[in-house]
Design a protein around this ligand. Structure first.
Ligand code: SF4
Length: 158
């Protein structure tokens, strides 16, 4: 079964700072899984490295609804790139038949609970996470800074 995955979790150097967020437990699964690596921010046409971004006046859901924007730390509006990256990621899910996605936490693109947004709780959906969820794709959120026992169990379920 194909599964979308944030490329940075596989060690791809696609993060805003030119680094990666490699997770060894995921790397160990790479031989037996049909991973489809995505980096929505690169797929949207943004460079690497790039200025980090925040969602203002909402979260990823708000961006897709047209009332929130994505602004980088240089003050540039990168909303259209974030939306395009989300759409291209969904396109890959549809092309491959992927019904699940393993995405990195915190990111304003990939995160299920990103702090880089403006909501009442202080957390919200990243733009790609919001679009994939709305298309019925299940998301498993990974925190690379944690030794997450559930992570292995979740991967076994795929
Ligand atoms: S979290 Fe998502 S957008 Fe950010 S570097 Fe990783 S794959 Fe790219």
């Amino acid at each position: 079964m194909p599964v979308l995955i944030s490329g940075c979790l596989l060690g791809i150097e696609c993060r805003y700072d030119g680094g990666h967020s490699r997770v060894e437990e995921i790397i160990e699964k790479a031989q037996e899984m049909q991973f489809i690596p995505i980096c929505p921010e690169q797929l949207g046409g943004l460079p690497t490295p790039r200025a980090p971004s925040n969602i203002v006046k909402g979260d990823g859901k708000g961006v897709l609804a047209g009332h929130a924007r994505v602004i980088n730390t240089l003050g540039e509006d990168v909303t259209e790139a974030f939306i395009k990256g989300a759409q291209e990621s969904l396109k890959l899910a549809r092309l491959t038949g992927a019904k699940k996605a393993i995405l990195k936490n915190k990111s304003p693109s990939c995160g299920l609970n990103t702090p880089y947004c403006e909501t009442d709780t202080g957390y919200g959906l990243g733009v790609t996470a919001a679009l994939l969820l709305s298309a019925g794709i299940e998301i498993i959120e990974i925190n690379p800074e944690k030794k997450n026992k559930d992570l292995i169990e979740n991967l076994r379920l795929l």
